[in-house]
Design a protein around this ligand. Sequence first.
Ligand SMILES: [Fe+2]
Length: 275
Amino acid sequence: MTIRIEMLSPALGAEVTGIDLREPVDDAARKTVLEAWYEHHLLVFPGQVLNDADHLRACEIFGAIQPERLNPHLADDANPAVHFVSNIREDGILPHGDIVFHMDQMQYDKPSQAMSLCGIDIPSKGGETKFSNSHLAYDALPDDVKKRLEGLRAENAYLYYSPNMMRKVAAREEEAPRAIHPVIRTHPVTGRKAIYVNRLLSDRIIGMDVAESDALLGILFRQIEEDRFIYEHTWRVGDVLVWDNRSLLHARNTYDSKNERRQLRRIAIVGDVPY
Ligand SMILES: [Fe+2]
């Protein structure tokens, strides 16, 4: 089979066909896939029928598998890295509603470098996943704003109260995992810079008073949410998505979680300390 790569939008994303993720991937195919991933940041592999083991193996193309840290009690004992985003499973996480743009796991010193979702049950409408290209958003900032951002760091916090409730919390709340990261991070492979703050997790810029920090963060939040940087993915059963969590933010549209079924398998890839 020949691997084919087709761009999904001007901002980001490519669809990859001509590969069966149930089969071992040879070095040439791995190289092709990784080059496309660093260029497009999100890869969509359509029509893949993967069990937990297949999905885990496919994710190893992109790095080492990260066991779940936030909700380890909900993980499968046999596969501690496998989680389900779902409104129909007892152990499902994030069952309801929309979620604003964010990068995952910024409350840890070493956030995952990549995330993967596999579409198992898909609602008839809603529940799309949106992605925003944080490299393009950074590149398009005015030079004076880029200059102000040099060397700044922000505190990021996240608290997951229960499988049915998620909210941003003040970083001062004791129980919230938190980490300080650069406001602008550099991709360790491509060297590109990205805006590394968002509405869901970023609480404040270190060394600024609240008003000044909120004003500067507001500029960056609006920047990463501009349509020109965004691709919206409408899910199909069998879609496997893998995105670079150092390059892209993601968000979710709401859906009718009372009447529709939604189930995605989620796997994370180990990352490094951002710089
Ligand atoms: Fe997320």
